[in-house]
Design a protein around this ligand. Structure first.
Ligand SMILES: C[S@@+](CC[C@H](N)C(=O)[O-])C[C@H]1O[C@@H](n2cnc3c(N)ncnc32)[C@H](O)[C@@H]1O
Ligand SMILES: [Zn+2]
Length: 308
């Protein structure tokens, strides 16, 4: 069961109307659609498109395996040691997050970062379409004694949140996993409070994209995108697409998408991230690490920061 304050944040993902809670159902007051719960998480997923379905299957399989093998424990240690410090530093530069902040992580996965802010007293909402990922997030929340959380099973292209709900929306490598980037950015704009900050990281489209081709990354430029979609999805049936559908972006495209979504000013800069560069020979790792930091031709990820 959801508390009144939790219910106030949630809406029907289709018509964005308030939901009524009856026993183990959430019912839309407008279209009458009923939503249920799975493993205690509200499941607010209406019909999904094929690209979202592909990403959902791939990501859920990844998290299901991590859950079974308990690999998530090692992942959390690695995240806290190697990834979190750089991410927190960059987020802190864009928005002070602390007690009273209403924080949403889209594509939260195991919710590592959200839980860090949860410990600081922020209200943490995480949305992901993988219940296996949410189960991991819930385990960590319990372990850390964090109670101010709400994990929602949903599709972020059809956001089940009320207008003007959040102070901060974070998507770490998430909004590239479906075709309609514009709709998600429009949704983020809708659900942010005035003055709220959107912070997303996505793969850069540059020479480094060649490295991502092995898992089916698609360059987001007209015609090239359509050709890559045809080859990856129609001919190869998405088998090698380890993370499902995945785009890489030019900074100019990303900036324009934010503008169309309603954001007046968006800063697109290099996302300073811990590089794994798995399967590269060790002699080349130092060289590529240097290039990934110094040259925009090799930058791995953009960070897009915009204020409503
Ligand atoms: C690269 S992972 C990032 C996970 C987490 N933010 C982190 O930094 O560890 C991308 C996440 O986005 C989720 N995701 C991708 N597309 C989604 C969608 N349409 N709706 C909900 N979740 C989605 C995946 O399940 C996955 O957890
Ligand atoms: Zn509805």
């Amino acid at each position: 069961m959801l508390s009144k304050s939790q219910l106030r944040i949630l809406v029907c993902p289709v018509c964005k109307f308030v939901l009524r809670q009856e026993k183990r159902r959430l019912i839309c007051g407008k279209c009458g659609e009923e939503y249920g719960f799975k493993y205690g998480f509200p499941v607010l997923i209406p019909e999904i498109t094929d690209d979202v379905k592909l990403s959902m299957e791939k990501w859920d399989a990844i998290y299901e395996k991590k859950l079974k093998t308990k690999e998530y424990l090692k992942d959390m240690d690695d995240y806290q040691l190697n990834h979190q410090p750089k991410i927190v530093e960059q987020i802190d530069a864009s928005k002070k997050i602390g007690k009273g902040t209403v924080y949403l992580e889209i594509g939260c996965g195991p919710g590592y970062l959200g839980l860090y802010y949860g410990k600081k007293g922020s209200m943490i909402i995480g949305i992901d379409f993988s219940t296996s990922a949410l189960k991991i997030a819930q385990k960590f929340a319990k372990r850390f004694g964090i109670k101010n959380t709400l994990f929602v099973c949903g599709d972020i292209t059809q956001m089940p949140f009320a207008n003007d709900s959040f102070d901060f929306v974070y998507g770490g490598g998430t909004i590239e996993h479906f075709k309609n980037t514009k709709v998600v950015l429009t949704e983020i704009y809708r659900i942010l409070k005035k003055g709220g900050v959107s912070f997303n990281t996505v793969p850069c489209l540059n020479l480094g994209t060649l490295y991502r081709f092995r898992w089916g990354n698609i360059p987001n430029i007209p015609v090239v995108r359509q050709i890559f979609e045809f080859v990856n999805l129609n001919l190869l049936k998405g088998k090698h697409m380890s993370f499902g559908y995945e785009l890489s972006f030019l900074a100019s495209t990303l900036k324009n998408l934010h503008k169309v979504a309603g954001f007046k000013k968006t800063d697109i800069t290099r996302f300073d991230t811990y590089l794994v560069l798995e399967s590269l020979p060790s002699w080349s790792k130092r060289l590529f690490t240097y290039l990934c930091v110094k040259s925009p031709l090799f930058w791995p990820m953009h960070k897009a920061v915009a204020r409503k």
